[in-house]
Design a protein. Structure first.
Length: 364
């Protein structure tokens, strides 16, 4: 191979490059692929560019008019098709959910050609029609379907007959995280942390605020910090007021670099209805901060070793979650054990290990 020739030409397709685990996964992989002498292009359908990424960028959202007219949509389809044809990518990897099946049928069959689909959530109807025939029709040009947890793979095999599913975890760049975590954090009080979108109630911050309010943490001057934004934010602010916790629950919005907040937290909490492979847990552990999480579908049980790097709580059990929060404060030995094991427990998720799994997939 010519020294200047790219190893592979790769197109990473996301909805945004902000506010999501799938999007952060794509951004992390863009750095790895560039470092492996690949040519990388990032196609973003809408939204802001917050995550740091490597490679070229095509932002289709800039072609969208105010009314999102049919002509505007046609122009974006046409632009994307021309872009893909011009660059002749070896691999097109789609990280998006598939909510509008007619649109996705056009993309998958007349614009992409062959492609790789990644599935990042246990909520399969975000990616797959329930009708098996329609699912196979939608993905007939899909070379491989990458799932980010063993639980998701098992569910797809149980409900669909796809043969080309491969399980590859989301990557975390531990070395880069450690650098970012050293940025200044001026918070001077003890706190626990939660991170996530508030556009829908998947993260269930209402569960967390209630459990926190019922725990011993407020009386021990341990606050709750929540990072993230969305249409439900005002509801959660009101809930904290209703529970007389408005001084203890702090909403800091979306931040470009959450890692200093992870590093200084006592522990990070996840109370989701469902997940895929929750980056919040991996990001916290990579900063050496233990975690407490519902054992929801899917992902937490593939990251957390109970009482080793955190606590795995009976799914959707608020009483058990409250007890878990208390245990991490009352049982110092348990806490210190989880903290000492946090970072070393996720070596198999490091970007070098996960990135090499992708390269092996490309070779095949």
């Amino acid at each position: 191979m010519n020294q200047n020739q790219a190893r592979y030409k790769i197109c990473l397709i996301t909805v945004t490059l902000s506010d999501g685990g799938a999007e952060r996964c794509a951004a992390t992989l863009s750095h790895f692929f560039i470092n492996q002498n690949c040519e990388v292009h990032n196609v973003v359908f809408a939204g802001e560019i917050v995550y740091d990424y490597s490679g070229e960028l095509l932002h289709l959202g800039k072609l969208k008019d105010k009314s999102n007219s049919l002509f505007s949509r046609y122009q974006r389809f046409k632009t994307l098709k021309s872009y893909l044809k011009k660059h002749q990518f070896d691999y097109i990897i789609d990280f998006r959910v598939k909510r509008f099946y007619l649109q996705e049928f056009i993309l998958n069959n007349w614009i992409y050609g062959s492609f790789i689909q990644t599935i990042h959530s246990r909520k399969l109807d975000s990616y797959l029609p329930k009708n098996k025939f329609l699912a196979r029709l939608l993905y007939r040009n899909c070379d491989k379907m990458i799932v980010v947890s063993k639980s998701i793979e098992a569910e797809i095999q149980r409900n669909y007959s796809f043969k080309d599913t491969i399980q590859i975890y989301n990557p975390i760049d531990v070395e880069k995280v450690n650098v970012l975590a050293e940025e200044q954090n001026t918070i001077d009080f003890n706190y626990i942390l939660a991170v996530g979108s508030m556009h829908k109630n998947v993260k269930q911050f209402d569960h967390l605020i209630e459990c926190y309010s019922n725990s011993i943490l407020p009386n021990n001057n341990i606050k709750l910090i929540i990072l993230g934004d969305g249409q439900l934010k005002e509801d959660w602010i009101q809930l904290a007021k209703d529970l007389n916790q408005e001084d203890n629950v702090q909403f800091l919005g979306s931040v470009a670099n959450p890692f200093p907040y992870y590093k200084k937290a006592l522990f990070t909490v996840l109370t989701s209805k469902y997940e895929g492979m929750p980056m919040v847990l991996l990001e916290s552990l990579s900063c050496g901060t233990p975690v407490v999480s519902y054992d929801c579908d899917s992902g937490p049980s593939e990251i957390i070793i109970d009482m080793h790097n955190g606590l795995l709580i009976d799914n959707q059990n608020k009483k058990a979650m409250t007890e878990g929060l208390n245990a991490m404060i009352e049982n110092k030995d348990l806490y210190l054990q989880c903290k000492s094991n946090a970072q070393s427990s996720i070596t198999s998720f490091d970007v070098e290990a996960i990135g090499n799994q992708w390269l092996q997939l490309f070779k095949k």
